[in-house]
Design a protein around this ligand. Structure first.
Ligand code: NAP
Length: 250
């Protein structure tokens, strides 16, 4: 049986209805958390929440469009209400990855990437971290990417948005430590999810540039996220954990 180290805690997992976020939601619920899953697609979200409940876990789905600031703020409010007044763990996982030459990136796609990947985490933290501080504990994990650390042709808009999220991880580590809130990030390499299915062979080709030369699974990324969110990581703060088959090492 899995240790119930998240018992009594409420976790909000953005993008919890797909890929990495779904694996995180399921793993946190298995370890005793009440999980609020969000995303736009309510069919997939309700299916994930029902799946968690069917094995004895606790979860609800809240629909939100993180490109819309009002929806971000409504999500934070609803998560607090559902959590009985508190959210103890925030996983900023939802993300979009527009790829292509800089000259071909449509302004709407650039704005959407920054709205979902940067602005939404920013205002979720603004809404939830002060309440964590009031309670004296909390944990935030941001999901970035290996291409937030090195330059990759075709990843300028996406990589730069996630680089901003990496810096926010450090800014929030400085800001919230005194209040008992830990803030960390994971930086995944190529991972097989619903979102990367469209990449076909190019996902494997990208994975072949890593020392381990294989694509990761959502469960492998979720393991790092859950660890950083847990009390086992009690002195780990402001760090970005690469989970990328060694890509950042070479
Ligand atoms: P995914 O399967 O496409 O899932 C993305 C999630 O984000 C979905 O749950 C989606 O929900 C949600 N989302 C997207 N736009 C949204 C919006 N406007 N409002 C609310 N939710 C929104 O992708 P994934 O591969 O699991 O990626 C998860 C995270 O890992 C992302 O931040 C991504 O950048 C990062 N990452 C992934 C890889 C990889 O190779 N897979 C590598 C490095 C980093 P809806 O569809 O319902 O809107």
């Amino acid at each position: 049986m899995t240790e119930q180290d998240f018992a009594g805690r409420t976790a909000l997992v953005t993008g919890g209805n797909s890929g990495i976020g779904r694996a995180v939601a399921e793993a946190l619920a298995e370890r005793g958390a009440y999980v609020v899953i969000s995303g736009r697609d309510d069919a997939r979200g309700n299916e994930v929440a029902a799946g968690i409940r069917s094995v004895g876990g606790r979860a609800d789905f809240v629909q939100a469009d993180l490109a819309d600031l009002d929806s971000v703020q409504a999500l934070a409010k609803q998560a607090i209400e559902l959590g009985g007044g508190h959210v103890d763990v925030l996983v900023n996982n939802a993300g979009i990855f527009p790829m292509g030459p800089t000259a071909d990136v449509a302004p709407a796609d650039f704005d959407a990437a920054y709205a979902v990947n940067v602005r939404a985490p920013f205002y979720l933290v603004a809404a939830l971290a002060p309440l964590m501080v009031q309670r004296g504990h909390g944990s935030i994990v941001n999901v970035t990417t290996m291409v937030a650390t090195f330059g990759m042709a075709g990843a300028a808009a996406y990589g730069s948005s996630k680089a901003a999220l990496q810096l926010l991880t450090k800014s929030w580590a400085a800001e919230y430590a005194a209040g008992g809130v830990r803030v960390n990030a994971v930086s995944p390499g190529p991972t097989r999810t619903e979102g990367t299915a469209v990449m076909g062979d190019s996902l494997d080709q990208l994975a072949n540039t890593t020392p381990m030369q294989r694509v990761g699974s959502p469960a492998e990324i979720a393991a790092g996220i859950v660890f950083l969110a847990s009390d086992q990581a009690s002195l780990i703060h402001g760090t970005v954990l690469p989970i990328d088959g060694g890509r950042l090492a070479v």
